[in-house]
Write a protein that binds this ligand. Sequence first.
Ligand SMILES: Cc1cc2nc3c(=O)[nH]c(=O)nc-3n(C[C@H](O)[C@H](O)[C@H](O)COP(=O)(O)OP(=O)(O)OC[C@H]3O[C@@H](n4cnc5c(N)ncnc54)[C@H](O)[C@@H]3O)c2cc1C
Length: 460
Amino acid sequence: MHDEAVDIVIVGGGPGGYAAALYAHNFGLSVALVDNERPGGTCLIRGCIPAKQWLHIAEVYSTVSHAAEFGVVTSQPQLDWSAALAKKNQTVEGLVRGLTGLLKKRGVDVVEGFGVLAGPGKVEVASNEGSMLLEGRSVILATGSHARTIPGYDIDGTRIVTSDHALDWPEQPRRVGIIGGGVIGCEFASFLTDLGSEVQVFEMLDQIIPGSDPETAKALQRQLQRRGAKFHVGVGVGPAEVGPSGVSIPVGDEKISVDVALVSVGRGPNTEGVGLESTKVELDRGFVNVDPNTMQTAEPGLYAVGDIVAGTPQLAHVGFAEGIAAVTHIATGETQPVNYDAIPRVTYTHPEVAEVGITQAQAAERGLDVETTKHAFNGVGRAIIQGQNQGHVKVIADKGGPIVGASVIGPQAGEMIHELMYFVGWEALSSEAATFIHAHPTLSEAVGETLMSAAGKSLH
Ligand SMILES: Cc1cc2nc3c(=O)[nH]c(=O)nc-3n(C[C@H](O)[C@H](O)[C@H](O)COP(=O)(O)OP(=O)(O)OC[C@H]3O[C@@H](n4cnc5c(N)ncnc54)[C@H](O)[C@@H]3O)c2cc1C
């Protein structure tokens, strides 16, 4: 047994787990945080952060490549892949160190090892040093997720890989087949294309970034295609044929040869082998059912947050919000439910796609009668200055009622989405939102113009 019982034992040190651990200090709660790696989870170590670093490297490369269009003449840039990889590693290391320091400062007891539920309030932790039993008034499970694959695509880490491997490729792959055109697949397609790899994306559904606004998704596909990426949308792939020099991907009557197949078909929950079978926890295809008001499972005192939760988006900031909700309930008995309708969802491709609230299709499912207003970036001064004036802002509002959703594709869409997040979250009317004037010249003027049009009086 660890020295003494704590208020909360948290299993998993990714965004869900570490946010819960950090937030607990607001209530003076003691915390033990168990992770079988260093704190940071998928997000910091092999997810959000390294992927965005590669995207930024591609943006720098692309900016320099096109500098002459702005009268800045340079020689064609050379990509030093090893230096780029080192930059990615440096960023990850810095953030993991920073997080470790912050957890220490907040008095969180970080315990290295694999945690398994061992009865109410108890977690057995196994590590190289042996095992120990932790005890807490409450337990939060935040064990996260892993990359899935499909039949015929056995991950070998060389020819058939997941994002885990692809973020650490020691050399730039020449020809990449990306299986799955969701957010992760499209982000890889974007940066690999910009860095000069030949990329083909295979998506079984009828649009890329499934679930997003179809027009926005199509606009992204067109922009990536223009830069050289190839898309096979609405087609299933046959089992990969792996040879000594590459992989052949069967699609219909064709076989497409690539050097490596990157499988990005979604992420499964890490809920096996963590002792759930001895609890009252209810699972839905491996994901944990919770009371969305509290994040508590059917087992009293046992909470779940982050990617393992059933039916909520697998995003780092959703993990943060769920961690906060769980800790608030543990500390106060009060509920602070996550407003899932106002969670921004960003695809950090070039250009970025950012959405919040519901799409037109989801509005129809909810029986809402909505109207959609769109404003293109092509006349927006700041976008023209930057040479990135393709894309649009789309606002979806309940007829005669509040703004219920928005979809943006364009430069820095991931930053711009936040003002729309407030309007969706606060259920603002378009007429209320349109009273604010945006600074000129900014990219956000596209949002302002859309809101004015949505309110019935357009400007430009
Ligand atoms: C390539 C990629 C890019 C992404 N980009 C973004 C993005 O831009 N924005 C965004 O919001 N999301 C992004 N995501 C998703 C994001 O990473 C996840 O939603 C987030 O990390 C989930 O947090 P979590 O705390 O639930 O789990 P995780 O981050 O998966 O962390 C779980 C932790 O628990 C540990 N663990 C598991 N089981 C045990 C156990 N039994 N005992 C001890 N420790 C255990 C794991 O080692 C891990 O450290 C991306 C994901 C990937 C793969």
